[in-house]
Design a binder for this molecule. Structure first.
Ligand code: SF4
Ligand code: SF4
Length: 186
């Protein structure tokens, strides 16, 4: 597989991300406490401590191509457990933004779900669960995903079939456009 970044370019990018996240990569001593507490570790291809390790080495190819940066739940358990308060979720979030800029996405369905979610917010001002679920299932090809739960969710009012939106949709749209201009990965 072709390299996206050579080691020198990777080092520059890793240092930039670490600086923005206020993380000193050399302070990680690979104790693994972050990984041991991560609720998503079973789904990751790179463990949280490996993200820090590869960034320290400047091997950003491994990080940008990983599924981990798309699957992290940003729960912050790793930071809470880290003896050096290394902010792994911010390292991951900024790496995900870099991957997105380069058109790299190791977990297509996450990207798809995120796109549909943000577009419904942009145009209606709030999350529309029924549209989100329907559009995601159709475009991802997982037609029946979570469908068994729908009757109970409707019955308990967890989701509602009617379409609704906020009054001032234009303001929400402006906020989202501004966030995108500022580099947020929406
Ligand atoms: S808990 Fe902190 S010091 Fe230990 S491996 Fe994870 S990031 Fe490194
Ligand atoms: S923030 Fe991400 S990497 Fe850290 S514990 Fe939560 S899911 Fe794992």
């Amino acid at each position: 597989m072709d390299k996206i970044l050579n080691r020198a370019e990777g080092k520059l990018l890793a240092d930039k991300i670490a600086k923005e996240a206020d993380v000193k990569l050399h302070e990680c001593y690979q104790c693994g406490k972050c990984t041991a507490g991560c609720p998503m570790a079973n789904s990751f291809d790179l463990m949280p401590r490996q993200i820090v390790h590869y960034m320290h080495l400047g091997d950003m190819d491994e990080v940008l191509r990983s599924k981990t940066i798309w699957l992290c739940a940003s729960c912050h358990t790793c930071v809470e457990r880290c003896p050096h308060d290394i902010d792994i979720p911010t390292l991951i979030e900024k790496s995900r933004m870099e991957a997105q800029k380069r058109g790299i996405c190791a977990v297509r369905d996450v990207r798809l779900f995120n796109d549909i979610f943000t577009e419904t917010i942009r145009y209606t001002g709030k999350s529309q669960e029924v549209i989100l679920e329907g559009a995601y299932n159709v475009t991802s090809g997982h037609l029946m995903q979570d469908m068994a739960n729908v009757p109970q969710m409707l019955k308990k009012g967890i989701v509602r079939p009617e379409f609704n939106s906020v009054q001032d949709k234009e303001s929400i749209k402006k906020i989202m456009n501004k966030a995108e201009e500022g580099g947020a990965a929406l």
